[in-house]
Structures are given as C-alpha cells and as structure tokens.
Design a protein. Structure first.
Length: 280
C-alpha cells in the first residue's frame, strides 16, 4: 500500500492505454493510492484486472472505449468523465504502438499510425484534460496566476529510445514519435503553470510487458540483447515503475517538479555496453 506521502485519495486520473500493459501497471499503482480511474483505450474490453481494482481498493473505475486519435471521440469521453467523476486531477498518456521496421523501408502506414497514436492521441487527450483542469482553476481563482502547483498533473510516457539507439531494433519512427511527445513537456509546463498544472514525462527502459514476452518467444536473441544492455543484466519489471509514476502524480512528493523527463532504465543509457563489440 502507498504511504500517506503518496496518497491520491479522492482524486481522479484519466489514463490512456490502461486496458493492459504499462498503462494497467500505472492504473494499479494509482489505485493503491486510492485514486479513482477513468481509462481510455481502443480495446473492446479491458483486462479483468483493471475492473477488479474497483472492489479491491474501494475506488471508482470506469472504462471508455475511445479512439484517442479522434478529437470528437476524445472530447466526448472527457465530457462524460467530467460529468461522472466531477473533476480531472491527473492525466497519464500511456497508449502507444511500435513497429520494428528499417528507416530505409519505413512505410507511410507505419508513420501515420505511429504518430497518430503516440503523438496526436497523447496531445489530444492532454489538451482536453488540461482544458478541464484550467477551467476548474479559473472558476475558483479567476485570472490570478497560481503560486502552488495543486490543480493537476499531466504525464506523458516517453522512452529510453530517445536517449540511446539500440542495435537490437529498428524503430526510428517510434523513437521520433516519442521524442515529439517529450518535446511537448517544457512548453506545456510553461503555459500551464499559471493554472497550477504540472507537466512531466516518464521514460521507461526495457520492461517485461506482454509485448516483451511476445518478443521473448519470437525473437529470444533480441531480448537477450536488451538484458545485456542494462547494468543489472535483466529486463525491468513493470512493478518497478510504480514508485516513479506515484512520485510524478503526488503533489506532496513532486510538487516542485515540472517540465522534466524522468528516466527509469536500469542504467541502460549510462554506459557503452560491450555486447555488440563481442565478435567471437
């Protein structure tokens, strides 16, 4: 259970991509801090583990099947969340896609889909949530600029790929989309600070998600390479990101932290690893 220092009691988080994967891990972490959850995802049904958080923690959990690349669908979902939850305090943009495709052969379809989900979808949801947060601030404080960052927090999920290129995959399109997401953080933090809103990003390293388990079966040598690239010789577990996401969400822990990217990668970006140098 989260300590009182990391409590989110009574707050509401809008999380994209939480039907499964890292988004579900983030939802679980926030639920442990008594945060209500409004989840946006494209899947018809979320993982049963998501809905089970409702009874396990005594919180409100609702699932909204939404195409986050559609402004009209995002607007409708956020309006419904405002009506059903009363307010939005946290937004975590975890929905994402990746395709292993060489730069020289990257297709228009890959470019359009990757940027539509990873960048445009994150932008649209963050924009809608930020407008909701700013409107709530103005209804209470008028035009007076905030002196405390207590209105809300927006978090983008970036990637270790924006720090160091891996020879194990060809994901230039994905990396560019995540760099674009990370590029939103500083200007948004500056623009939204007067409304008491913090904006940051979290960059995970190689994590043992369902996608990674699939790669482990299809391309075991790829996962072996990832393991060699970390300082601990293993893939990170999703639960090892829970502390980081709670830190970013809780004003009591990170109230003076905004406009930044938090890298959690098991040290993979720290060194020039010898794995690719070995030829025998």
């Amino acid at each position: 259970m989260a300590t009182n220092f990391f409590t989110l009691n009574g707050k509401t988080a809008v999380i994209t991509g939480a039907a499964r994967g890292l988004g579900l891990t983030f939802a679980t972490a926030l639920a442990s801090a008594n945060c209500n959850l409004a989840v946006l995802d494209i899947l018809h049904e979320p993982s049963p583990s998501l809905l089970a958080l409702r009874d396990h923690h005594g919180i409100k959990v609702e699932y909204y099947r939404t195409d986050i690349t559609s402004r009209s669908e995002v607007t409708a979902a956020i309006e419904k969340i405002e009506a059903e939850f009363g307010r939005i305090d946290i937004n975590i943009n975890a929905a994402g896609v990746v395709s292993d495709e060489s730069f020289l052969k990257t297709t228009d379809e890959n470019i359009e889909r990757t940027f539509a989900v990873n960048f445009t979808g994150s932008f649209l949801v963050a924009q809608a949530c930020a407008n909701s947060m700013a409107a709530r601030y103005k209804s209470i404080h008028g035009s007076e600029p905030a002196s405390q960052p207590t209105t809300g927090t927006i978090i983008f999920i970036a990637s270790i790929a924006t720090y160091i290129a891996s020879s194990a995959q060809q994901i230039s399109c994905y990396t560019a989309s995540k760099a674009a997401v990370k590029g939103l953080v500083k200007p948004m933090a500056m623009e939204l600070a007067p409304y008491g809103i913090r904006v940051n990003s979290l960059s995970p390293g190689y994590m043992m998600t369902d996608m990674m388990r699939g790669l482990q079966k299809k391309q075991p040598q790829l996962v072996d390479q990832f393991e060699k690239e970390t300082l601990f010789g293993r893939i990170g577990m999703p639960a090892e990101l829970k502390g980081a996401i709670l830190y970013l969400c809780c004003d009591s822990a990170s109230g003076w932290y905004t406009g930044q990217d938090l890298l959690v990668d098991g040290g993979a970006s720290t060194w020039k690893h010898p794995a690719i140098l070995a030829s025998d």
